[in-house]
Ligand binder design. Structure first.
Ligand code: R5P
Length: 294
C-alpha cells in the first residue's frame, strides 16, 4: 500500500519532486481555499483534507518545513493534525526544517522551551507516532530523549557533494560547539553579541593553505559564517566553502554566496540558492529504502 504524504504549503516543492520520483508515495494536497469558493479575508487559514476518513490504518506522513512562514506554517500543521485526529488517524510528521528549533531551552525565568512544547503536543495530544527532523538544532539535548524523534542529517550528502567538486582533502569544521555536538565535526569557540554578530576565537588547527569546509545547520543573518570566513582567511586558508542544511533567511544566504568559494545548500526550505536536493533522503527514510541514487 502506498504511503500517504500530506504537505503543508512550505513543503509543496518537495512533495512535487517526491511524486515525480516514486510511485510508492501518494500525495494528498490539502485544500486551503474551499476549492476556490471562499476564503477568510482576515487572514485565518481554512483547511480540508478531502479523503481524511479513508486514511485510518494507512501510513500517513505530514511533511512540513518551518520556513519561510514559521507562524502561519505552524497553524497549517496544527489544522492538518486536528483533522487527522478527528478522523482517528495517527500520522508521522516529517520536519525538513523544524520551526522555533533554536528556542530549545529555558535560559531565563519567564521563558519557555518552545521546541519541546511543540514536540510534546505532537506526541501526546495529536498521537503522532514518529517525528522525523532533518538537522535539528536541538539534536543531542537531554529532553529530546523522551520523545519519538528520528534524526536525519543532510551533512553526509553535503560532504559527499563538496568532496566530489573539491577533492577528498577538505578540512571540515563546525562554526561553534553546538555544531560539534550535532555533527561531531570539531567546532570553534563562538559567542553571540547580538542577532547579527558573533565573536569567534582562532582555531587551534592549522588552516594554512587548506581548503576549509564549514558545516552548519542553518544560515539566518549570515553573521556566523561571515565571521568564520574572516577568521579562516586570517588563518591563511586557501579556499573556504560552506555546507549548510537550512537556508532560513535570504539576505543572510546572499552575503555568504558573495564571499565564499562555494555554498552547498539543501532545499529543506524552498530557496532559490538551494543546490542540493534532499528528496532522496526523504524517500530513503520514510520508505526504509537503502539504495536511492543521491
Ligand atoms: C547557531 O547556534 C546555529 O547553529 C547557527 O550557526 C546560527 O543560527 C546561524 O545564524 P546566523 O546566520 O544569524 O549567524
Amino acid at each position: 500500500m502506498k504511503t500517504i504524504l500530506i504537505p503543508t504549503s512550505s513543503a509543496k516543492h518537495l512533495a512535487k519532486r517526491l511524486k515525480a520520483k516514486t510511485k510508492d508515495i501518494e500525495v494528498h494536497l490539502p485544500d486551503l481555499n474551499m476549492e476556490g469558493k471562499r476564503y477568510f479575508p482576515d487572514g485565518e487559514i481554512y483547511m480540508k483534507i478531502v479523503k481524511a476518513k479513508n486514511l485510518q490504518n494507512r501510513k500517513v506522513i505530514v511533511l512540513h518545513s518551518g520556513a519561510p512562514k514559521p507562524n502561519e506554517g505552524l497553524i497549517e500543521l496544527e489544522l492538518i493534525l486536528q483533522i487527522l485526529r478527528d478522523n482517528n488517524v495517527k500520522p508521522e510528521v516529517f520536519f525538513t526544517y523544524f520551526p522555533y528549533g533554536m528556542q530549545d531551552q529555558v535560559l531565563e525565568v519567564g521563558e519557555t522551551n518552545v521546541a519541546e512544547n511543540l514536540i510534546e503536543k505532537l506526541a501526546h495530544y495529536y498521537g503522532v507516532k514518529k517525528i522525523y527532523i532533518i538537522d535539528a538544532h536541538f539534536h543531542g539535548r537531554q529532553w529530546t530523549k523522551k520523545y519519538p524523534i528520528s534524526y536525519i542529517s543532510a551533512v553526509p550528502l553535503l560532504i559527499k557533494m563538496a568532496k566530489k567538486n573539491f577533492g577528498k582533502h577538505i578540512l571540515f569544521l563546525s562554526p561553534d560547539i553546538g555544531g560539534e555536538r550535532r555533527t561531531k565535526i570539531p567546532g570553534m569557540k563562538k559567542e553571540r553579541i547580538n542577532s547579527y554578530q558573533v565573536k569567534m576565537a582562532f582555531p587551534r588547527i592549522d588552516l594554512d593553505g587548506k581548503t576549509v569546509g564549514v558545516v552548519d545547520d542553518m544560515i539566518k543573518t549570515g553573521g556566523t559564517l561571515l565571521k568564520f570566513y574572516e577568521i579562516a582567511k586570517k588563518s591563511k586558508a586557501k579556499r573556504i566553502i560552506a555546507l549548510v542544511a537550512h537556508g532560513v533567511f535570504p539576505p543572510g544566504i546572499s552575503k555568504i554566496k558573495q564571499i565564499y568559494s562555494k555554498l552547498y545548500l539543501t532545499n529543506t526550505i524552498n530557496r532559490k540558492a538551494s543546490n542540493i536536493d534532499i528528496t532522496n533522503l526523504i524517500i530513503k527514510t520514510v520508505l526504509s529504502i537503502d539504495s536511492v541514487e543521491t
